[in-house]
Write a protein that binds this ligand. Structure first.
Ligand code: HEM
Length: 137
């Protein structure tokens, strides 16, 4: 009887792990991440607190790399092919206020796209540790 119970529990736990959607899936997969990236870029373009940082940036390349990175970071089938966060942001003098502005835009975009609060928080938690590499150095 004990073994039946243990086997059943193991089976159920394996099933629940298998069916729990990855964050990538919760964000809507490739299509969802593409929408988030495009909308975020649009917000940045209209945000005078941070837009100046992107004055010399190849936006199409940035768009592709950001989407790729979000896909990989959230468990999707992508391999990020850009530079390290440290190298890519060196010399831009990015402050905490700049970082917060970008995050504020990201939250606005995710809200608008009806991403669940849980998924939003999971993504923000993955991005937060990057601040130390992105910020002023
Ligand atoms: C968690 C937040 C962030 C993530 C995940 C992120 C991610 C990225 C990625 C993937 C790239 C492309 C890397 C490459 O060129 O190889 C990039 C570039 C860039 N990021 Fe960020 N970034 C973040 C925050 C910020 C913030 C707060 C700013 C400034 C307000 C910023 C400004 C830039 C700029 C200006 C570039 C382009 C650099 C260039 O033109 O070469 N980033 N970022």
């Amino acid at each position: 009887m004990k073994w039946i119970l243990i086997t059943t529990l193991l089976f159920l736990s394996a099933c629940s792990q298998h069916t729990r959607p990855s964050l990538y899936q919760q964000l809507g997969g490739d299509a969802g991440i593409s929408l988030i990236t495009d909308a975020l870029l649009n917000e940045i373009a209209n945000d005078e607190r941070i837009v100046h940082h992107f004055a010399d940036t190849d936006i199409e390349r940035f768009r592709r790399l950001l989407a790729e990175q979000l896909c990989q970071l959230t468990g999707g089938p992508c391999i990020y092919s850009g530079g390290t966060m440290q190298d890519s942001h060196k010399g831009f003098n990015i402050t905490l206020a700049n970082y917060d502005a970008l995050v504020e835009n990201l939250i606005k975009v995710m809200q608008r796209q009806n991403i669940s609060i849980s998924a939003q928080n999971q993504l923000l938690a993955l991005l937060a540790p990057m601040y130390k590499d992105i910020s002023y150095r």
